[in-house]
Design a protein around this ligand. Structure first.
Ligand SMILES: [Zn+2]
Length: 65
């Protein structure tokens, strides 16, 4: 039974952001929202490499039941 993997981006890992947001979802969902979030809240500039940078912040969520 393969459930879609969920990924988490925790903005607290970005020390310059001073932000407590955590996003969780599929890799695509998290990247879309994370890109929007850092551009609008943290003044990042939209750039082709931004998503690659954000990907390095993603961690696979460990499902605890
Ligand atoms: Zn943030």
């Amino acid at each position: 039974m393969a459930e879609p993997k969920r990924f988490v981006m925790d903005c607290r890992l970005n020390p310059s952001a001073k932000c407590s947001l955590t996003l969780a979802g599929t890799e695509q969902e998290v990247l879309d929202l994370a890109e929007y979030h850092v551009i609008h809240k943290h003044g990042f500039h939209k750039a082709p490499q931004l998503r690659e940078q954000l990907k390095s912040f993603l961690k696979e969520e460990l499902l605890v039941r």
